[in-house]
Design a binder for this molecule. Structure first.
Ligand code: EPZ
Length: 422
């Protein structure tokens, strides 16, 4: 199994990094493109494990897809036929494959998708997705490890209140609603930037959507969608990860292909710690002056525009370095502290009480063998390894490679010593 071998970074950063297209926008947008038989062209699709799994699933469901990895461009449309079933081995590899349900219901009136089950960061049910489909007229049956949804007379519009502003449920209902009869209203919808990107692509395909980016999304169903060209938004979590890397290394990092508006909660926390963050059009510069000793902060994860749960693990590592005790409360997922046990092996002093972690900053960490417990926990290991004494070996890096494109190359271009060893 491949691993990263990372050396402690010595010196001060003075570099530039370019952010890739956003994984969590690319996945639903790939699904959306298969709502039309015409061929859409989507640019800035990152070459990641998750993207390639989603491609395989959509091909299995009848999509025609060509992906040019060099230019990061994908041509994609529904080719006809294909299965209406996303089997367990596919869903197990990629939870986001449940987004195929909304598309299958819209195009085939029938979807059979393996129950995704739990995952390391939490139980992650899909009850909100299913309640939405049921309100739109789908009959839902569950059993033998599968969820079956049938809408033999097609879907109709409905007013759907989400108990929690779930990103996936909002996306899945949007995908089902764009060609349903009548109007769908999603109340307490997620308002993450990825939802706005999906709505923007669907609108350019001919969908009638308003309110994306707020907590009330209105969708007037249309008969048919057509092809569209789209460029995926920059990955905000990758942007924020590099902002945290800049803070941990000190010096100056210019992050290009970044949208400052998308990363405001992280910008605010870094400024509170003592970093200087400058925002320009499409670019963010993070600087830590040489005489500044970054201080610890308290963080609570929340749905957007609150502090993103995906940055909780990386910030746990950052708070191991800053002066004082930092407190992180995770409110989105119930089991997202898997990185803590690995950080403790490196010498961190972190106490967990329920959903809150208390992190004593300023203790020296020492490099050792650790595991990437999930994608963002993997980024936490990278951050810790950058300031831990000596060498850190990170196993299970397939988690990291699901979501960070060309990470070793990007880090090496910044002067970091990192090797990927098979
Ligand atoms: C998306 O997951 C992202 N994944 C996650 O990124 C991200 O952490 C998460 O949103 C929150 O921002 C993709 O976009 C592919 P949710 P999603 O539905 O849609 C509960 C990463 O590292 N819930 O907003 O699955 C759920 O259990 C990943 O890139 C229900 O109870 O997240 C969780 O506690 C990891 N019932 C909370 O809502 C439901 O039907 C938020 O989940 C759906 C969700």
């Amino acid at each position: 199994m491949a691993k990263y071998v990372l050396q402690q970074y010595k010196g001060r950063l003075n570099s530039r990094v370019k952010i890739s297209g956003c994984k969590n926008a690319a996945l639903p947008i790939m699904c959306a493109a298969t709502l039309s038989t015409e061929t859409s062209t989507i640019s800035d699709i990152p070459d990641l494990i998750d993207v390639n799994i989603m491609k395989d699933i959509l091909v299995h469901l009848g999509a025609n897809i060509q992906y040019d990895k060099a230019s990061k461009t994908m041509t994609i449309g529904y080719g006809g036929n294909g299965s209406f079933e996303a089997p367990y081995d596919m869903v197990d590899k990629l939870r986001a494959s449940v987004l195929s349900m909304g598309v299958l219901l819209a195009t085939k009136g029938m979807a059979k998708v393996a129950s995704p089950g739990g995952c390391p960061i939490g139980a992650r049910p899909i009850d909100l997705h299913l309640k939405g489909f049921a309100a739109m007229g789908a009959e839902i049956q569950q059993g033998h490890g599968y969820v079956m949804a049938m809408a033999s007379r097609g879907l109709h519009g409905a007013t759907i209140y989400l108990d929690f502003p779930s990103v996936g449920a909002t996306e899945n209902i949007m995908l089902a609603a764009v060609t349903a009869r009548g109007e769908t209203i999603i109340d307490n919808a997620a308002n993450e930037p990825e939802i706005v990107d999906l709505a923007s692509f669907l609108s350019s395909m001919g969908a009638d959507i308003s309110g994306a980016g707020t907590d009330k999304i209105r969708i007037q169903g249309v008969n048919k969608l057509h092809a569209a060209d789209h460029t995926i938004m920059p990955d905000r979590i990758e942007t924020e990860s590099f902002m945290a890397i800049a803070a941990i290394l000190g010096g100056r990092l210019e992050i290009v292909n970044a949208i400052p508006e998308h990363v405001k909660p992280v910008t605010a926390k870094l400024r509170e710690m003592g970093c200087v963050v400058t925002e320009e059009e499409g670019c963010i510069v993070v600087e830590t002056p040489e005489n500044v000793n970054l201080k610890s902060v308290d963080i609570k994860t929340l749905p957007h525009p609150g502090f993103p749960t995906d940055m909780q693990a990386p910030f746990t590592s950052l708070l191991c370095k800053t002066a004082g005790t930092g407190i992180i409360t995770e409110t989105v997922f119930e089991n997202r502290f898997l990185h803590v046990q690995e950080l403790k092996r490196m010498g961190a002093n972190i106490k967990i009480d329920g959903r809150t972690a208390y992190i004593e900053g300023g203790l020296p960490l020492t490099g050792t063998k650790v595991k990437a417990m999930d994608l963002r926990a993997g980024m936490a290991m990278i951050l810790a390894g950058l300031f831990a004494d000596g060498q850190t070996e990170i196993d299970n890096i397939y988690h990291i490679e699901r979501g960070y494109e060309d990470l070793p190359e990007k880090l090496r271009s910044m002067g970091v010593e990192i090797a990927r060893i098979d």
